[in-house]
Design a protein around this ligand. Structure first.
Ligand code: PEP
Ligand code: CO
Length: 447
């Protein structure tokens, strides 16, 4: 077993840290972090341990993880409609998956903290002027001006505040009539009746409602558990000073928890074994995710799993593979085999978005529905052939009617992208495409 004696929340600072913001004033940063460290946590260790148990059941094939949300949240997304629409689509997808896969679904949003982004270049030049790249609202502003692009540590406090407001609303909704499985009509979005998938969705809902009534009649009570849903949060743990400030000890449990979110993950660009991100993540008690992509070697996966799951716990490590539809068949099998030989426990899930990004002739960053679906279908098959299990999916999606990915039942083509192309980073599945994706997953899994 790897010893944690040499780990502390700040030990990552002794390692090279990729993708960090360059603040002009160390003192202003220190002040913001001191304040952050004194504020209450956003989530609790009980919730984190409950999620770990759920993830362990997904490893055993009893549950399925649905993780989804924006590529990057903006502070301006902290509004009633955007949050409820995102909850609605995730709840609707989860119903389809429960019904079609016959497994419980663990719902995890990329929400309430997904404010920091890795970038391919540190700076951006426009008309001869070079400024720092936009790194997400937690760090700087989108607008191309020196003032907006200079990293501002006060944004860390604003990000914490936005995350708290978002989470407060999610918790209130999850625990009241909105989440009541007896009334899934609460989750309908205005445009759902026009959607090509509406009829199939409504048929599934009617069947589930019927089963629920049957069960309650049989047991003779109203099942109050069905009136609330469990909803967890996740974000890329990129900004290590922010994550450290929310890393705390809790009474009656040993070790440290990152109390900014339930399931933090390590991005593809910051997953180097000798880097600061692996160092930080190896010491926290949360379940942790890590993106797995093209070029990663079997020996790397083994070492990574040993570092991030030092006590070989179930439900502790989520490996999120994102190879792209053209690469997965070649790249994934040796990694599955390597993990299997290591004996280390992990949950495999598929992010079919990040390996399938392309740019159109007119300059839109997009993803094709068919390629996303192809990677997902291949994932199910490859895991099955290897005696492994695909335990979940990870999507970039929104509950809104955007036009960012092409394809799907409505046949959105490249010329249609401009109608409602809103993302500032990666293209997301819109509401209809997300629902269609859930139906397609279920159809494939049933084959
Ligand atoms: C993301 O999830 O938005 C992302 C940047 O993914 P990856 O680290 O897999 O490239
Ligand atoms: Co993204």
């Amino acid at each position: 077993m790897i010893s944690l004696n040499d780990w502390e929340p700040a030990s990552w600072q002794r390692k090279p840290a990729e993708q960090q913001a360059n603040y002009p004033s160390a003192e202003a940063l220190a002040q913001a972090l001191t304040q952050l460290a004194s504020l209450p946590p956003l989530v609790t260790s009980w919730e984190i341990e409950a999620l770990k148990k759920q993830l362990a059941s997904a490893e055993r094939g009893e549950a399925f993880l649905l993780q989804g949300g924006d590529c990057a949240e903006n502070f301006s997304d902290c509004s009633s409609q955007i949050i409820t629409n995102k909850l609605k689509i995730l709840l609707q997808m989860s119903l389809l998956l429960i019904h079609g896969l016959n497994r419980r679904v663990i719902r995890v949003g990329r929400i309430a903290g997904q404010y920091a982004k890795p970038r391919s270049a540190d700076s951006e030049t426009q008309n001869g002027v070079t400024l720092p790249s936009y790194r997400g609202d937690l760090i700087n502003g989108q607008e191309f001006s020196a003032e907006s692009r200079t990293p501002d540590p006060v944004r860390l406090l604003r990000g914490y505040g936005r995350a708290a407001m978002t989470l407060n609303f999610i918790r209130a909704l999850s625990d009241c009539g909105f989440a009541d499985l007896h009334h899934p009509e609460n989750w309908n979005l205005d445009f759902v009746q026009h959607s090509p998938q509406a009829a199939e969705y409504q048929r599934v809902v009617a069947q589930l409602s019927g089963s629920l009534r049957f069960m309650e009649t049989l047991i003779g009570v109203d099942n109050s558990e069905m009136k609330r849903v469990q909803f967890y949060t996740s974000h890329e743990g990129l900004h290590l000073h922010y994550e450290q400030a929310l890393t705390r000890r809790v009474p009656n449990r040993s070790g440290y928890y990152n109390l900014s979110t339930h399931l933090p993950w390590i991005g593809f660009r910051t997953s180097g074994l000798s880097g600061a991100h692996i160092e930080y993540f190896r010491g926290i008690n949360n379940p942790v995710g890590v993106k797995i992509g093209a070029g990663m070697k079997p020996e790397y996966i083994r070492e990574l799993a040993e570092r991030l799951n030092p006590e070989n716990e179930s439900g502790k490590l989520v490996l999120i593979h994102r190879f792209g539809a053209d690469n997965i068949a070649r790249e994934l099998p040796p990694l599955i085999e390597s993990l299997h030989h290591s004996g280390i426990k992990a949950l495999w899930i598929c992010d079919p978005m990040h390996g399938n990004t392309e740019t159109t002739a007119s300059g839109y960053k997009t993803r094709r529905f068919d390629r996303i679906l192809s990677e997902l279908e291949q994932s199910f098959d490859i895991h099955q052939q290897q005696g492994s299990l695909l335990g979940g999916v990870h999507f970039e999606l929104t509950g809104d009617d955007v036009t960012e990915c092409t394809g799907g039942a409505r046949g959105l083509d490249e010329t249609g992208l401009e109608r409602a192309y809103k993302t500032q980073v990666d293209p997301r599945l819109n509401y209809e495409q997300a629902l269609e994706m859930a139906l397609a997953v279920v159809r494939h899994a049933a084959q």
